[in-house]
Design a binder for this molecule. Structure first.
Ligand code: BG6
Length: 477
């Protein structure tokens, strides 16, 4: 590693989670229902009908979980706040008990010198707002989201310095309004682009408020970034990859960082009557809410080939059961189609494993936006096996994370301003659609889809490995 720059001394070695996936306590101490509490109850929506009613019961195990983080030496922990714990009906009365749960969690973290990174929105919209006005489809949500954020900024401004606004807006919008795999289960691209624009405005407004209330804090959205590759050196494929980069990534990233949509895709959507309604003042608002850093959730790249206008894509079912070989071409006729990248291995759920893609993505962001980056998620979902004597030998996870950290170091050497790295996830947790069998954690949680068992926490082999990585500031991989 002679030619590699070291990780900075204050580098945030972290791990991440989301409220719905870990907390449980879905209706405790005044919490209102979220769209996920509703959506998971509709048969067929999730693997074996799993939901987050109990999840891994972090709501009651948070002290034990934070103690394990401390034992590992974690420098930062990214978690999300459930909006409907704070405002059970989204925009009505404040639920003090809900806010106190997070205060206890934050104090517990600070007591162990773990930096809290708070995600304001990780997909669990209060169901009441979906019912009242269609959630992200109404501009009323800009005000309501702002009120919720301002409440938290004011309450925690002295304790929390790192904030994430929206988690993976590109994912919750596309799966929610284009593919109907997430709530509200819509397939309508016109509505999708309108809702997405409103989410952009809500994001910008929350950031603008943050500047006033927490001037010394740092805030940004977390984006699910899948850098686009051309399938071949055929210029048609290279153009397709450019299209995909703009359409699937730039459409969000440009707005966050510059307050403007990419021109080519705007034109493309406008010609088809799909571009969102820009009202007076929108662009000014977008430009007033620029982030301090970009959160990047990185799992894989995408490889794209030219797509003729008469291509037909069938919506693929989510691969719930972890069987390999279910890859289906997807795309936008005339723009691009996604192909399997045959140079890459895949995970149990058919996700392509591409550590170098992380370096490429971080460099693209640095060149295009010149912002610091925090990797807010990266990790391996796999079947783990709890063996006798509480052993889980997840060497494949160690390999996966090691290779990605090596690329982080290369990216730092390239000049990327990287402030932290949060693995997904700390404990095992509920996968939104894939139940409990798809595990990501350093800590095994003993439960499955049908049986909550004792929810016992068991350190996997990767726990000790990541502890050493942190203790040596990335020197010992
Ligand atoms: C990200 C989300 O999209 O990917 C996480 O922010 C999610 O919440 C993670 O769990 C892994 O996805 P999955 O489908 O494997 O659970």
């Amino acid at each position: 590693h002679k030619h590699n720059d070291a990780f900075p001394n204050n580098f945030l070695w972290g791990s991440a989670s989301a409220a719905y996936q870990i907390e449980g306590g879905w209706n405790e101490e005044g919490k209102g229902p979220s769209v996920w509490d509703h959506f998971t109850r509709i048969p067929g929506n999730t693997f074996k009908g799993t939901n987050g009613d109990v999840a891994v019961d972090h709501y009651h195990h948070y002290k034990e979980d934070v103690a394990l983080m401390a034992e590992m030496g974690l420098k930062a922990y990214r978690f999300s706040i459930a909006w409907s714990r704070i405002f059970p009906d989204g925009n009505g009365a404040l639920n003090e008990q809900g806010i106190q749960f997070y205060e206890r969690l934050i104090d517990e973290l600070l007591g162990h010198e773990i930096e809290p990174i708070v995600t304001l929105y990780h997909w669990d919209l209060p169901q009441a707002l979906q019912d009242q006005y269609g959630g992200w489809e109404s501009r009323q949500i800009i005000e309501d989201f702002n009120r919720y954020c301002v409440t938290l900024f004011e309450r925690f401004k002295d304790k929390v310095k790192y904030w994430v606004t929206l988690n993976e807006q590109n994912v919750f919008i596309r799966l929610g309004y284009e593919e109907a795999k997430h709530p509200p289960g819509v397939t309508d691209r016109k509505r999708m682009y309108e809702a997405n624009h409103i989410a952009n405005l809500a994001n910008a407004k929350a950031i603008a408020s943050f500047r006033e209330i927490v001037p010394d804090g740092k805030i940004g959205p977390s984006f699910a970034y899948g850098p686009a590759y051309p399938y071949s050196n055929d210029p048609g494929d290279v153009l397709a990859a450019e299209n995909a980069e703009e359409y699937l990534n730039g459409w969000w990233l440009d707005v966050y960082c510059d307050g403007e949509y990419p021109k080519t895709i705007w034109k493309y959507l406008e010609q088809r009557g799909l571009s969102p309604t820009l009202e007076e003042g929108d662009t000014a608002l977008l430009k007033s809410g620029k982030p301090d850093f970009l959160g990047v959730n990185y799992y894989q790249t995408g490889t794209f080939a030219e797509s003729p206008l008469n291509d037909v894509f069938q919506s693929s079912k989510e691969n719930h059961d972890g069987k390999k070989g279910q890859f289906k071409e997807s795309g936008i006729a005339g723009l691009f189609k996604r192909k399997r990248n045959n140079t890459l291995e895949t995970t149990d759920w058919d996700w392509e494993i591409d550590p170098i893609g992380l370096r490429i993505g971080l460099r693209r962001i640095t060149s295009r936006y010149r912002l610091p980056v925090m990797v807010t998620e990266n990790g391996l979902g796999a079947f783990d096996k709890l063996e006798k004597n509480n052993v889980v030998q997840d060497d494949y996870r160690i390999d996966y994370i090691r290779q990605h950290i090596e690329q982080l170091q290369a990216a730092i050497t390239d000049g990327v301003d990287l402030i932290g790295y949060c693995t997904w996830s700390f404990t095992d947790l509920l996968s939104w659609l894939n139940g409990y069998q798809k595990r990501y954690g350093f800590i095994y949680v003993d439960r499955d889809e049908t049986d909550e068992k004792d929810l016992r926490r068991v350190k996997k082999k990767s726990f000790d490995w990541y502890r050493t990585v942190i203790a040596t500031n990335g020197g010992n991989l």
